[in-house]
Design a binder for this molecule. Structure first.
Ligand code: ACO
Length: 318
């Protein structure tokens, strides 16, 4: 028994925040942002957008693309660290919006690596015969978690949601999944909940020591992609596309170089979407498929890295 991606979907809020908009908010420039990150614009959630509403929109498309009805979904997993509520989970809310009930539904928190974790959980649930089709959503609103006056973070993040339906299959789709973490780097990348004593006036913002995170991300991802290919028993030349987490174009380019891939074999969305945290890999995958670049049978390497540190990957024949 194997697992295979049956369908994908994505949702982006309408409001666009360009680098020119950011020049009015903080001391920065379009030139600096493009050169250091590759980002030109990102989408910002509207007042009615939540991880669950955005996730449900992406999920509805993924289920339809898979050729399934919501009643055929056997579990809902939502990767997010920006749920509106501690509970109900965004996964339960998504299930409610889509009319899915009486199935397992839960959130997974692994910051920007969340989608890889959720995908691996779905894969394991199917292989253990718990269910046949799992809805895997990545949805985050990280832009509002950034201090609007902090030029080191506010330029990076955007909002959105992506979704995948992973299903039981006779054909091998998922060849390998790998997850890991290293808590010793926790202080470099944090998003605390508001403090209980009210000392932060109910606000807490994302903190990132960007250049340290950058250096570790490059090293970890380089090791991760090599390990994942070894687990799957394939060589880099067998890969058709890298579908990376979209944090920084220089990190993505370094990972592609490690694999000997040309940038034409890398799905890049961050120029228009920024870093959408848990949503970035499924959004990139969905765009790659919808644009016709990724075709059935292509060999894909999905990878992500984020706070924790936590990281993960999936080697997939689409
Ligand atoms: N505009 C202009 N100047 C800026 C800006 C800005 N927006 N931000 C920082 N600078 C300045 C700094 O103050 C510093 O100035 P100084 O030299 O006078 O002190 C200079 O630019 C260089 O700063 P660095 O932080 O060293 O810049 P770097 O090249 O590392 O780029 C960045 C910063 C883009 C954040 C990069 O480090 C990065 O992408 N890091 C990794 C992000 C990541 O992968 N995160 C993980 C996922 S996120 C999650 O899990 C939620």
């Amino acid at each position: 028994m194997y697992t295979r991606i049956l369908g994908t979907g994505g949702y982006l809020p309408q409001t666009v925040r360009t680098n020119a908009d950011l020049e009015k908010m903080v001391d920065t420039s379009d030139e600096w942002i493009v050169e250091r990150t590759g980002i030109r614009e990102r989408r910002i959630a509207g007042p009615d957008d939540t991880a669950a509403t955005m996730g449900a929109k992406a999920a509805a498309i993924a289920i339809k693309t898979a050729g399934l009805e919501p009643s055929q979904i056997g579990a809902v997993i939502c990767a997010t660290t920006s749920s509106k509520n501690a509970f109900p989970s965004s996964a339960c809310e998504i299930a409610g919006i889509l009319g899915i009930s009486d199935v397992p539904a839960f959130d997974v928190a692994a910051a920007c690596a969340g989608f890889s974790y959720a995908y691996a959980m779905a894969h394991s649930m199917i292989l253990s015969s718990m269910c046949d089709n799992v809805l895997v959503v990545g949805a985050d609103l990280m832009a509002e978690a950034c201090d609007p006056s902090d030029r080191t973070t506010i330029i990076l993040f955007g909002d959105g949601a992506g979704a995948v339906v992973l299903g039981k299959s006779d054909e091998q789709g998922t060849l390998a999944v790998k997850l890991s973490s290293d808590p010793s780097f926790a202080p470099l990348l944090k998003l605390p909940f508001p403090s209980r004593d009210g000392s932060d006036a109910g606000h807490s913002y994302l903190y990132m020591k960007g250049n340290d995170v950058f250096r570790h991300a490059v090293v970890v991802l380089s090791r991760l992609v090599t390990q994942t290919l070894e687990m799957g028993g394939i060589s880099p030349s067998d890969l058709d596309f890298l579908v990376p987490h979209q944090a920084n174009l220089r990190i993505i380019a370094a990972t592609a170089r490690r694999l000997g891939l040309d940038m034409s074999q890398v799905i890049v969305t961050l120029d228009r979407q920024g870093n959408t945290s848990s949503a970035s890999v499924p959004l990139a995958l969905d765009e790659g498929i919808r644009s016709g670049r990724i075709k059935r049978g292509d060999m894909l390497l999905l990878e992500s890295f984020g706070g924790g540190f936590a990281w993960g990957s999936a080697l997939v024949r689409y």
